[in-house]
Design a protein around this ligand. Structure first.
Ligand SMILES: [Zn+2]
Length: 278
């Protein structure tokens, strides 16, 4: 395989793995929030959830996105292809529009009860760090393929644009889920452009009004434009998770994998674990 092709095919996974390793190293040295659960138990649980999720990505999402991006290229489908833009501008716009439509999808996973059943599995982690970034229920990833297909066909996303977006998205998702304490001034400046650990920490708060903010996975401009950007919650005041799942028993591996398919508790009310009454 030629070096060029090798780089194209493996840029996203290599960027993701590199970012993941680096963040775990920094998390140990400069944690932003105090942890509630043992790191080894959480790592094992989150990696198990991620294992099933990567199966969904590899066997469902990848074949669909490969096929559709090639079709877009061959048949000039989608909004961007109408304008016959210079290649670099088209690539840039495709990446920006993918980022915006992922913001919209993230809002929908919170607002549509059927989607929230799956996204909830990501949110009930009792701590937030780089391992939370890969803790998505496989069901959420399978369902999101429908949205991804629509993004590709409607925007007109070529294979190259899709690969660039993924190579940027994975490190970005690891970064803003991570538990690293950046110097406040540096993070303030970064957050004008991209989602940072403090911003995403507010999104993972157990206070509903705080969860309903900072939905962006890339550029913060989408939260700013929609009035959903929130910066005024100190990390020391944040309890990570969802109120009805604040006990370790609630977040055991088998339970969280079954969670989307079971009768749902009122998520935003505290549950007394002894009696199971609210
Ligand atoms: Zn969310």
């Amino acid at each position: 395989m030629k070096l060029n092709k090798l780089l194209k095919n493996f840029a996203a996974p290599v960027a993701a793995l590199g970012a993941f390793g680096l963040l775990i190293w920094i998390e140990n040295r400069r944690p932003l929030r105090r942890s509630v659960e043992s790191k080894s138990i959480r790592n094992f649980r989150n990696m198990a959830v991620a294992g099933a999720a990567s199966g969904a990505l590899y066997f469902v999402e990848k074949p669909v996105t490969n096929r559709l991006t090639k079709l877009v290229e061959e048949h000039n489908f989608g909004l961007l292809k109408i304008f016959k833009l210079p290649r670099r501008l088209e690539l840039l716009l495709a990446v920006v529009l993918l980022d915006y439509t992922l913001y919209v999808w993230h809002v929908l996973t919170h607002k549509i009860p059927f989607l929230w059943r799956f996204h909830l599995v990501h949110h009930i982690d009792l701590d937030l760090d780089a391992s939370t970034a890969v803790r998505f229920h496989f069901g959420e990833l399978v369902i999101s393929v429908v949205w991804r297909a629509a993004q590709i066909v409607i925007i007109g996303v070529s294979p190259a644009a899709f690969k660039i977006w993924q190579a940027l998205l994975f490190p970005s998702v690891f970064f803003h889920h991570s538990n690293i304490e950046l110097p406040a001034e540096l993070e303030k400046n970064l957050s004008r452009l991209i989602t940072t650990p403090r911003l995403h920490g507010i999104h993972h708060s157990a206070v509903r009004a705080e969860t309903d903010s900072n939905w962006s996975s890339g550029l913060t401009v989408w939260d700013w434009l929609h009035g959903t950007l929130r910066t005024n919650v100190p990390q020391s005041e944040i309890v990570i998770g969802v109120p009805a799942f604040q006990h370790r028993e609630d977040v055991a591996l088998a339970k969280i994998l079954r969670l989307p398919f079971e009768t749902q508790r009122p998520n935003w009310q505290l549950i007394d674990v002894e009696t199971n009454h609210q």
